[in-house]
Structures are given as C-alpha cells and as structure tokens.
Design a protein. Structure first.
Length: 197
C-alpha cells in the first residue's frame, strides 16, 4: 500500500488527487515541515531527505520529488491509463512533460516569484514569459498536455496553474483558464480535496 507523507495545502495535495484518479490504495501520513516564514520543524517521521513533501513509500520503497512520484505511481497502477507505459505511444511526450515540469516550469515560476533573472548562459530553464507560450500552444492542440487523454502530467500542471490563477505571476490566458477548469472539475479532484484537508 502507498503511504503519502502529506501536509495539507502543499504540493502533496496533488498526489491525493492523483491517487484518487488512479484508484490506488493509499494512506495519508500527516507530517510537519518547515514553513515559508522559517517556522515549523522537520518531522522525524518524514522520510524525505530534506523533510519536505511530497514523498511516498510503497511497502518500504521511498520515492520523492513530484515528477518521480507521478511516474512511479502511473507505472505502478496502470489500470486507469494515466500515463503511457514503456514502449507505448506517447511515452516520450509523457516523460518529456514530466521532466519539463520540474526542470523548466517550477524554476520559471520560482524565478518570477523571487524576482530573480534567469541565468541564460548556464540555466537549463527559461523565463516564465518564454515558458508560458510553449504550454499555451500545446494546450491549444487538445484538452490536455498529451492531447485527448488526461494524465498525471495534467495533475502537476493543472494544480500549479490553479495555485497561481489569481496571482499577478500568471498572465490571464483563456486557454489556461479553460484547462484549469477541466482539471478542477474532475471527480477525483473533489474527492481529494475532501480527504486532503
């Protein structure tokens, strides 16, 4: 059984959503973490190497970092088809969008949030203003990042866009707004919100 190390109202909440969509057996283990203002404490019960969330344990197998968790869970629970398996069509795009999430999207949002200039010569990521048109173009081609099929990448991107929906960090885009609406209207999301709080 999957144990999700969870702190409400953090990025671990999206994995309650993914686990619900996968119809996977899981338990939530509430843990404390350091907070943005410097308060809080690392929970000794949390196996994440930096005391953060999300992290999962699958009968003793530890997986942490959002993209790795999404890949692990969709490979482990393939019945609901939330990620193409090795050798299947779309696997390359799936892996690319998972890597793009942690390697490009998150750093772009973080740089914008912290008002840091992207170090163009050495960084593997780009500024938010360069990243968003790529995603908008991709989402203009189909309802989800992999085209017609909802997948775990949509859990990561959709919940991130939802987080910044009313923030000046995210420029208004009808494509992104419609995408977020599709993600948040899923029954798995409603179940997750009821359990994650």
């Amino acid at each position: 059984m999957i144990t999700l190390y969870h702190r409400p109202n953090t990025r671990s909440t999206r994995f309650v959503f993914l686990l619900e969509e996968l119809a996977a057996p899981y338990t939530l283990k509430l843990v404390t973490t350091r907070t943005r203002d410097g308060g809080g404490a690392v929970d000794p019960a949390n196996p994440h190497p930096h005391g953060k969330v999300p992290a999962i344990s699958d009968d003793g197998v530890l997986v942490f970092e959002s993209s790795a968790i999404a890949l692990y869970l969709t490979d482990r629970f393939p019945q609901n088809r939330l990620g193409p398996l090795a050798g299947e069509p779309g696997r390359g795009a799936y892996l690319s969008w998972l890597a793009y999430y942690s390697g490009v999207m998150e750093p772009a949002f973080l740089c914008k949030f912290m008002n840091v200039t992207v170090p163009r010569a050495t960084a593997g990521w780009v500024a938010l203003e360069e990243m968003l048109p790529v995603l908008i173009d991709r989402l203009s081609q189909g309802p989800y990042l992999l085209g017609g099929n909802f997948s775990a990448v949509d859990v990561l991107y959709g919940t991130s866009f939802a987080l910044f929906a009313n923030s000046p960090l995210l420029p208004k885009s009808p494509v992104i707004e419609a995408y977020v609406k599709r993600i948040l209207e899923r029954p798995g999301y409603a179940r997750a919100m009821a359990k994650a709080a």
